[in-house]
Every structure is written in structure tokens, then in C-alpha cells.
Design a binder for this molecule. Structure first.
Ligand code: ATP
Ligand code: MG
Length: 695
């Protein structure tokens, strides 16, 4: 496990007896240390299933699994490579029973949560309010509060109301045997803290824990990590304080400061060589991060040579900027050895910025994927419909049941669902199975029971019909009938404050139905690569189509390594690298994102604004350091502000990159001229030295 590692990396990989922190700048091989260390630990005799490597996203986990497989072969498959949340799921599935959770508990997504919150407030809250509550409840959970504790510390009336809603919300989750995203950290934490037997089990089970992107852990994740590591503290954390970009989600750099205090034997290892980027790119990165206060002093150098100067591109508008980016991709592809689309990435601050670039890429017939945004299948309306399909395919999918039975509302209230939930739990059945249990009438009143039975029969009936619906035309008719029957369009219009938004969502639904029908008809113009197994030209039943689609929606992070240009937010680009990166929208107000002092920059900046500016600067640093060979940074003279176009300026970060004007604007012809002059001068000197008479 020592090939392709420098001395400091080797030290980190071979130190397996105690706690280690690898603290180093971007592209210095921190993630590489983790993958190699997995191999080293196995070599040293640790069973693969006793090694946990924690990554920041599911995608990063998939990539690490691949890399580990490449290094150590099949044994890699038993290593626990996952996110903190997935580890939480694992702990809860195995040991959640002591908290009253059955192993098949359901995990709710953000939409499920808003729905339940609106319901818990007996319909007094609109979607926006519910989302605000969700945010506050999430914050409390991340601080380790339950509803009672939240109420006790509530600062004002609004917080008191939310704490009361939280209490009802928690009751409902228990009844539904469901947990939300925050629970995936806070419940395992509670479990390990309050139940010594469970804690000891996990501590002795996991022989070594590795954490990538450690700088972006939040306070609860850190507590969980500490409990898992235990007193033996066999762990390796790797991170970079300059790349901490999730402060807005509660990540805290304090976790970096706490580590040496909580683990006094911590070995800190620094890596200084960057293997990713050219010197020109690295210099720009170092210059940008320079003004930020330093938690740990670091230096980074590259031996990949100076490389091409970083290019600054100014554009009149976003459309113009997009055209220039596409032209650059096409130009580089035509004139260099970089022929694969996957070698190019366009990175921006916020999701909505992708649009003009998508349009320009489409016009030029360039294949691309948008990562880090909401994919079509993650949209609430599509997930609503998919919940029904999931229920056809797997009757035991409880979250799908809850979603289908409540969206659109069909007069089955939460009291009924709560009773059904309890009953199902007592009988160790899924909600759907419990529906037809002969004992259910003893706990649910007749009228509610009739509603439940009707729903159950309707789902079964739909499934039967879908099985016998073949081809595009009948599928389309089936889907439209069904949407009419459940009143989905009305549901959208009733739930949205803005008619325009509702119309857009309904349009998505129609587009989706069209897409499904086409697949049923075998007219598979499928650019998504969604099911490579299905051959075009074959007619399929709607149920078959629903099956692949419902699978898709649950594994939407499954992004294959397609040969396409990547469009991504800076946040989602963390840890990744591309030969050619175009950082776009590097315009004041976008990056840095609008700061409070926007109007008068000279005014004294508040501490909070200063902290936000520092985080924006780290974001810029992350963006620059994704580039391996070339980097271009572009900005626009005008930008959208609400509906208006307002004059805009280049981002202060462009000046901070301190690109040397002479190299940035270097013209190859000038360089040639300079070389010729130099050559002539040397020749003249040599001639003079040899004593020959000058002409
Ligand atoms: P980031 O901070 O962006 O997450 P990182 O520190 O995790 O970066 P890696 O992604 O592990 O860095 O490595 C960056 C690149 O350098 C990768 O392409 C990796 O394969 C390569 N690399 C790392 N270490 C070495 C080495 N010792 N020799 C050659 N290449 C290396
Ligand atoms: Mg990394």
C-alpha cells in the first residue's frame, strides 16, 4: 500500500495505533490517504467489515468504494463506506428497537416532513411557514434538543409555537415508525450515549474509523463520531479548514480545534505537495485564501509546472458568458489532446445559474449533466407520483404508503393513520398489510376503516390495470385517467400560493407521463441512460415501466461515469477534479453571494458579514482548486436582480487571485519574440567573447 504515496502520506497510512488528523490543502492527496489506509488496515489484519470510512456524500462513497476495490480487490466490498447519515441508518436498523423503532422504519424526505408539519398545525400553516418551522426544528435537533427541551429554551412566542408543533410532529413520527433526516444522526447519538451495551458493541465492532472532509462535520456528527471512536480512539480524520463551506448547515470549524483537546495523543500530519493543479492555478488559489485568518498555517506547492495562465473572461450577460464557455470547451477539444467531454466542468455558486449554460450546451449539441441540483426525479410532484408506483411494486414501502394516502388528501386523517401505524407496529406488519388485517376494525372506527379499505383496493386495482396496460397510447390514457381520479392537478393548484408555480409543476407531471408512455411504447429516446437494460422497440406494460422508474427515484444518486460535461454548484464539486474548469458567475453579488454591506462596502462590516465573506472566499478556493490543467474565471457586466437587470462588477475575488497581468495576458507571439531577442543577444555575446571582429 505504499505505491504512489509521498513520505507524509505514508506516515499517515502506516500510523494505525491511535488517533490521527491529516490536515492539508486542496489536492494534496487526503482522500488518497484514506483509500490506501483502508488497504493498509486490512493488510495489518483488521477484518474489512470492522473498518468504517465516512464520506460527505453518497456519490463520494460510491467513488471511494470503487477506488478501494481497485487497490485491494473483492475484500473492499465488506468495508463500511458511507456517509454519517447512512451509518446512522445502519446503527438504527440494528439497535433502534431499544428506542421503540422497528428495523424497517421509514425515512422521510423534506417534502414528507413539510406535509406532516402542515398537518400537525391543523392546516393553519402555508408551505413557506412549514418550511421555516422545519428549518428551526432541524436546528434544534442538531443541537440535541427534543421538543420539551426546545420549549424550555424558546426565546419568543414564535419559537414556543414551533416547539409545540415539534411535539406533535414527534408523536406522529413515532406512530408512523418514521424518522427524518436529522434523526439519522441525533437518534444514534442518543442510542450510543444512553445505552452502554449498544455503545460498547459498536466501539468494539469498529476497529478503525476514517473520516473524509472532516472540516464539514457539524456538532452532532462530531459527538456521534466521538462515541464511536471511544477511548481507544483508533481513527483517521482528514480535512482542510480552508475548504469548510457548510457553515450555513451547521458545520463548525470548532470540531477541528476540539480534536487535539479531546484526544491528547492525536498525531497531526500535514501534507504540502499538491498533485492536482499546475502552479499557476495553485498560486491563484493560495492568493485568494490568503486574506482569511489561519486556523493552521499551511503551504502548498505543485511540481506540475507553471502551466497555462488563469484566464479571466468578461461577458455582457449570462447568455454571452454561456456562449463563451461553450466556445472554450469546443475550442480546447479541437486544439488539444483533451477529447472527452468528461474532462470539462462548469462550476457556479447557485443552482439557478445553470440554466443559460444548459441552453447553450444544448444548442451546441454538447452532452452534459447537472449535478448537485434537483434532478427531475427529485421534484416533489414526480416523487408524489412515484410513491404510488413504489407502492404497486412493494406494498411494504411505508413512506410510499403515507405519501400516496395523503397526497392528494383523501379524507383519511392523521388520527386514523396514527392508529393504523400503532396497530401495524404491534402486529409487526407494514401499513399496507395492516390495512387488511381482520383485527383492524377493533382500533379504527367504521367510517375511517371504509376510507382505508377503499384506498387499499384502489391501489391494488391500479396495479392490476397497469399490469395489463400495454404500449404508449393506452399508458397515456391510463395515467391521465388516474391523475383525474385522484385530483392531482387540483391538488397542485390548491397547495401553491402562486399559480405560475403550480402550472409549472403540472407541466412537469405531463412531461413525466409523456416520458413514461413513450417508454411503454418502446420509443426509447432515453438520453438519461436510466435503464440501459431495456431494448428500444419493445412494447412494455405500464407496470414494468413503473418498476424501473420507482427504482430510479430511490437511487437517484447513482450517477454513472458518463462521458458528459459536468455542470455543478461549487458545494457539490467538493473533493472532485477536472482537467479543465470554468468558474462562472464570478460577479459581485453572486460570488461572493450578496453580503449585507453590498450597498456601501466602505461601511464597517459586522462580524457576521465578515464570517460570511470568509466562507464565500473558501468557496472560491474550493472552485479554483478543482482545476487540474486550465482554469477560466468569468463574470458578467450585468446581472439579474429579481426581475431587473442591474449593472454588475467583477468579483473582488478576481483581484484577490492577483493574476500577474504579464502572464495572464501573455501572447505566444510575444514570447517567441522575446526568445528570439534573447537568442540573438547570447549569440552576440558569444561572438564578442571569441574575439571575432564585430560587424
Ligand atoms: P481535496 O482537498 O480537493 O479533497 P485531496 O487532498 O483529497 O483533495 P486527492 O483527491 O486525494 O486530494 O488527490 C488529488 C489528486 O492527486 C488525485 O488525482 C490523486 O490521485 C493525486 N495524488 C495524490 N497523492 C499523490 C501522490 N503521492 N502521487 C501522485 N498522485 C497523487
Ligand atoms: Mg479529498
Amino acid at each position: 500500500m505504499s505505491a504512489g504515496l509521498n513520505l507524509a502520506q505514508l506516515e499517515a497510512v502506516h500510523y494505525i495505533g491511535g488517533p490521527a488528523l491529516v490536515l492539508a490543502g486542496a489536492g494534496s492527496g487526503k482522500t488518497r490517504v484514506i483509500t490506501h489506509k483502508i488497504g493498509r488496515l486490512i493488510e495489518a489484519g483488521l477484518e474489512p467489515r470492522r473498518i468504517a470510512a465516512i464520506t460527505f456524500t453518497n456519490k463520494a462513497a460510491a467513488e471511494m468504494r470503487e477506488r478501494a476495490k481497485g487497490l485491494i480487490g473483492r475484500k473492499a466490498k465488506d468495508v463500511v463506506v458511507c456517509t454519517f447519515h447512512a451509518l446512522g441508518v445502519r446503527i438504527m436498523r440494528e439497535d433502534g428497537a431499544v428506542l421503540g423503532l422497528k428495523p424497517q422504519f421509514s425515512i422521510l424526505d423534506a417534502d414528507d416532513v413539510t406535509g406532516i408539519l402542515k398537518d400537525a398545525a391543523s392546516g393553519t400553516a402555508d408551505a413557506a411557514t412549514a418550511r421555516q418551522w422545519q428549518w428551526l426544528i432541524s436546528k434544534w435537533k442538531n443541537m440535541g434538543f427534543n421538543a420539551q427541551e426546545a420549549l424550555a429554551q424558546a426565546a419568543d412566542d414564535n419559537e414556543r409555537i414551533v416547539a409545540q408543533v415539534m411535539a406533535r410532529y414527534e408523536e406522529r413520527l413515532t406512530a408512523y415508525q418514521s424518522v427524518d433526516f436529522d434523526d439519522l444522526i441525533s437518534l444514534p447519538l442518543k442510542l450510543l450515549r444512553d445505552f452502554p451495551a449498544v455503545r460498547e458493541k459498536w466501539q468494539s465492532m469498529l476497529g478503525h474509523v476514517l473520516v473524509d472532509e472532516y472540516q464539514d462535520t457539524n456538532a452532532t456528527q462530531y459527538e456521534l463520531f466521538k462515541l464511536i471512536a471511544g477511548a481507544r480512539a483508533r481513527f483517521t480524520a482528514v480535512g482542510d479548514d480552508d475548504q469548510s463551506i457548510y457553515g450555513w448547515r451547521g458545520a463548525t470549524l470548532d470540531n477541528l480545534k476540539k480534536l487535539p483537546v479531546d484526544f491528547p495523543t492525536l498525531k497531526v500530519i500535514k501534507l504540502e505537495q499538491n498533485y492536482r493543479s499546475t502552479s499557476a492555478i495553485l498560486r491563484a488559489a493560495n492568493n485568494v485564501i490568503g486574506p482569511n485568518p489561519k486556523l493552521f498555517p499551511k503551504t502548498l506547492f505543485s511540481e506540475l509546472g507553471e502551466g497555462e495562465p488563469v484566464r479571466v473572461v468578461d461577458a455582457d450577460s449570462e447568455e454571452h458568458e454561456a456562449e463563451r464557455a461553450v466556445a472554450r470547451i469546443l475550442g480546447l477539444r479541437a486544439s488539444s489532446q483533451w477529447k472527452d467531454w468528461r474532462d470539462f466542468a462548469i462550476l457556479y455558486r447557485a443552482n439557478h445559474q445553470a440554466k443559460p449554460f444548459e441552453k447553450a450546451l444544448r444548442r451546441a449539441n454538447v452532452p452534459y449533466k447537472v449535478s448537485g441540483g434537483t434532478s427531475f426525479f427529485d421534484r416533489a410532484e414526480i416523487r408524489d407520483l412515484c410513491a404510488w408506483f413504489r407502492l404497486w411494486i412493494n406494498n411494504d414501502d411505508d413512506p410510499a404508503f403515507l405519501r400516496a394516502v395523503t397526497v392528494p388528501k383523501r379524507g383519511i386523517g392523521h388520527t386514523t393513520l396514527g392508529r393504523l401505524g400503532e396497530f401495524a407496529q404491534q402486529n409487526r406488519q407494514s401499513l399496507f398489510a395492516a390495512l387488511f388485517n381482520a383485527m383492524l376494525p377493533s382500533v379504527v372506527p367504521a367510517k375511517a376503516l371504509a376510507g382505508l379499505h377503499e384506498f387499499g383496493r384502489y391501489v391494488n386495482d391500479l396495479e392490476y390495470r397497469a399490469r395489463h396496460t400495454l404500449g404508449a397510447e393506452s399508458s397515456r390514457a391510463f395515467l391521465m385517467d388516474w391523475l383525474g381520479e385522484i385530483g392531482y392537478e387540483q391538488h397542485l393548484y390548491a397547495g401553491e400560493d402562486s399559480e405560475k408555480v403550480a402550472a409549472a409543476r403540472w407541466n412537469n407531471v405531463l412531461e413525466f407521463c409523456d416520458w413514461m408512455s413513450q417508454r411503454a411504447g418502446g420509443q426509447l429516446a432515453d438520453a438519461s441512460g436510466a435503464d440501459a437494460a431495456a431494448a428500444p422497440g419493445e412494447t412494455k406494460s405500464l407496470r414494468e415501466v413503473a418498476q424501473t422508474v420507482s427504482l430510479l427515484s430511490t437511487i437517484s444518486e447513482r450517477e454513472q461515469d458518463q462521458d458528459v460535461v459536468t455542470l455543478s454548484t461549487l458545494h457539490a464539486s467538493k473533493g472532485l477534479e477536472w482537467p479543465h474548469v470554468m468558474l462562472v458567475g464570478v460577479t459581485e453579488g453572486l460570488l461572493p453571494f450578496k453580503l449585507d454591506d453590498e450597498e456601501g462596502r466602505q461601511q464597517k462590516v459586522s462580524d457576521e458579514t465578515a464570517a460570511r465573506l470568509q466562507e464565500e472566499r473558501r468557496l472560491m478556493y474550493v472552485g479554483i482548486t478543482r482545476a487540474q490543467r486550465t482554469l477560466s474565471v468569468s463574470w458578467t457586466r450585468k446581472r439579474k436582480k429579481g426581475r431587473e437587470m442591474v449593472p454588475a462588477q467583477r468579483s473582488r475575488f478576481i483581484a484577490e487571485m492577483a493574476l500577474d497581468q504579464s502572464t495572464a495576458r501573455e501572447d505566444p507571439r510575444e514570447k517567441l519574440k522575446a526568445l528570439r531577442a534573447e537568442f540573438a543577444r547570447k549569440a552576440a555575446e558569444a561572438k564578442a567573447a571569441s574575439g571575432a571582429p564585430s560587424a
